[in-house]
Design a protein around this ligand. Sequence first.
Ligand code: PEP
Length: 260
Amino acid sequence: MVTRKTVWIGTNWKMNKGPAEALAAAEALKAYRAPDGVKPFIITPFTSLQAVASVLKGADVLVGAQNMHWEESGSWTGEISPGMVKECGADIVLIGHSERRQHFAETDWTVSRKMSAALRHGLRPLLCIGESLEEYDFGVTAETLSRQLKIALHDVAHADLPNILIAYEPVWAIGAGGRAADTDCVAKVHAGLRAVLCEIAGKDIGDRVPLLYGGSVTQDNARSYVSQPNVDGVFVGRAGWSVPDFEKLIERVIEERAPA
Ligand code: PEP
């Protein structure tokens, strides 16, 4: 029997779906049975996190938050603490999404603080890294990603690294104006990320950190990414916002799972 690698497939709902719509989507996903070796997850807005997590408790679809603060509590108006995210029932927390870096002054330093805070609270951080179009054009993608990765993981114990997820999301590939990265480009970048992880924590650990690709992933191109040796899944926005589309995406991806 061929052993297959575990494949992570997640969707970030971003600022979409109020509580009623989110709850309906969670109810629709509740009975979904993920194929063996596939880990589906949804990243919800804060306003529906608790309700969605409660509906999906024990289901095959994991639930995550889109952001959190690194402090336990205090005078941080408008922020949500790691403990609050955990108490809402989240399994995962998104950290460093490019839209937060771009529009909300998220920095490598705040990302780093959030990574260790999430792990302290038993949350699985999903770290997003990615170069801007300008950095891509200047040919400094590898340097940019290596810097983002090393700072984000600076305070993370090596033993915790297999419990995190990393999504490579080139900024120029994300959203309505984005264009999907070529499979060859993703394969090369992910091989470079794997090398950095092995440099940080040694090969035994570095090889076990799941690396996802995100940015204009569709039902048509998803398979080609996941068939690359260092791509352990896809992280999507638009392609997963409707439940039937999300389920179809999973089906399409597993048609071409690479051996472990
Ligand atoms: C994202 O924002 O993380 C993303 C991958 O979006 P999209 O799939 O819509 O490009």
